[in-house]
Design a protein. Structure first.
Length: 379
């Protein structure tokens, strides 16, 4: 398969999409094959990683061009074996790992994940890192939970510092000092004489995975300065099937990992927790999830169609129209539903109130059997 063209400045990456689960909460349906907005769920995800050198889908083969399909052994044995099967075909230094049922994820979301993993941290400076909404400190310095960032910006990293303060150097007081340090600057806490800000990002990646014999602990240049990035949902929960990982370290971790949990495997590799707009983490585990995704597509279509036609969306009673077309589709015929919606528009254009016109048409559809018996005759 010919590799995809990479975006300028974007690191080289491959994509692994896990699309072979059992979908128990969907009654065993072929979840990745269910459609939203005219495309299957897995096609939505494949489109989001169009810039990947190679896209590998772990699951049943489907008619999707430019994709490599593989299966874990045995099939449906869990996400860790599925990931291992997918990684066999990965050659790029970075791998984007995604679930096969993410209808809202897009290429810009993937770019944000890659940027968070590979963007160089701020230039070395003695200035402390401020606490902002984009970088939240862990509640405990010993807590390995990585910081959360937003909009694809990586959490800033503290500058290198000596293990012990230089002679005569002491932590500065909160009230300020003669050196002119602002009183509200971030100060070292819990005896951190090295001066590392309490709110600075704390990558735990370098010591998380024991290197193989002769393998340095420092990341290779192509692996970037940050490490793995996992997306979080609107409640701050990690979505382990939506992230970017440095390939070499992921393979080492997988080789040494005896468990079956993605969280157990990927958790020690995660350096950044990333919140992104647009609910790219939303997956379709139930029929209600699927219906919500389809309604979102309907909302987007309504807004775009109104903009294209110069119609104020506030004047469109979508639910009324949907109720009308549902009655017509079930009571008369499916092709009659869009035709009826068109006739409703003509009636409104002629001055008939849409509520009145819709009520008349719904009544007609419900009494269709009687109406045809009274009005239709053989010629």
């Amino acid at each position: 398969m010919a590799p995809s063209a990479e975006s300028p400045g974007q690191p080289a990456f491959d994509a692994v999409i896990l699309a072979g689960g059992e979908a128990r909460r969907l009654g065993g349906a072929d979840k990745p094959g269910l459609t939203v907005g005219g495309r299957s769920l897995v096609e939505h995800v494949v489109t989001a990683v169009a810039d990947a050198r190679t896209t590998i889908v772990v699951g049943p083969e489907r008619p999707i061009p430019g994709v490599v399909f593989v299966r874990e052994d045995p099939p449906r044995s869990g996400p860790v074996p599925a990931l291992a099967a997918g990684l066999n075909g990965v050659t790029a230094p970075w791998v984007v790992l995604l679930a096969g049922d993410l209808p809202f994820i897009t290429a810009p979301h993937v770019t944000s994940l890659l940027n968070a993993a590979t963007t160089q941290p701020p230039s070395t400076t003695a200035d402390p890192v401020p606490v902002t909404a984009a970088t939240q400190p862990p509640s405990d310095p010993a807590d390995p939970t990585p910081p959360t960032t937003t909009a694809g910006d990586p959490a800033p990293q503290p500058p290198a510092a000596p293990a012990h303060p230089t002679p005569g150097e002491t932590p500065q007081s909160v009230s300020g000092d003669a050196a002119g340090t602002p009183a509200d600057a971030v100060r070292p806490t819990r005896g951190d004489a090295a001066g590392t800000p309490a709110n600075a990002a704390r990558p735990t990646l370098r010591d998380a995975v024991a290197p193989a014999s002769g393998d340095a602990r420092e990341p290779a240049p192509e692996e970037g300065p940050v490490g793995g990035v996992v997306m979080v949902d609107d409640g701050g929960r990690e979505q382990w099937l939506a992230g970017v990982w440095p390939m070499a370290r992921l393979k080492r971790a997988l080789a040494a990992y005896p468990g079956r949990s993605l969280k157990g495997l990927l958790g020690p590799l995660a350096a950044v927790r990333l919140a992104l707009p647009g609910r790219p983490w939303f997956d379709c585990d139930t029929m209600d999830d699927l219906e919500e995704a389809r309604m979102n597509v309907l909302n987007e279509w309504t807004a775009l169609a109104c903009e294209e036609l110069g119609i104020d969306p506030a004047t469109v009673d979508r639910d009324l129209i949907l109720d009308l077309t549902k009655e017509v589709a079930h009571g008369v015929a499916r092709p009659a539903a869009p035709l009826t919606a068109y006739l409703l528009g003509l009636a409104q254009g002629a001055g008939t109130a849409p509520d009145d016109a819709a009520a008349k048409l719904i009544t007609l559809a419900k009494n269709w059997g009687q109406a045809t018996a009274e009005t239709l005759t053989d010629s």
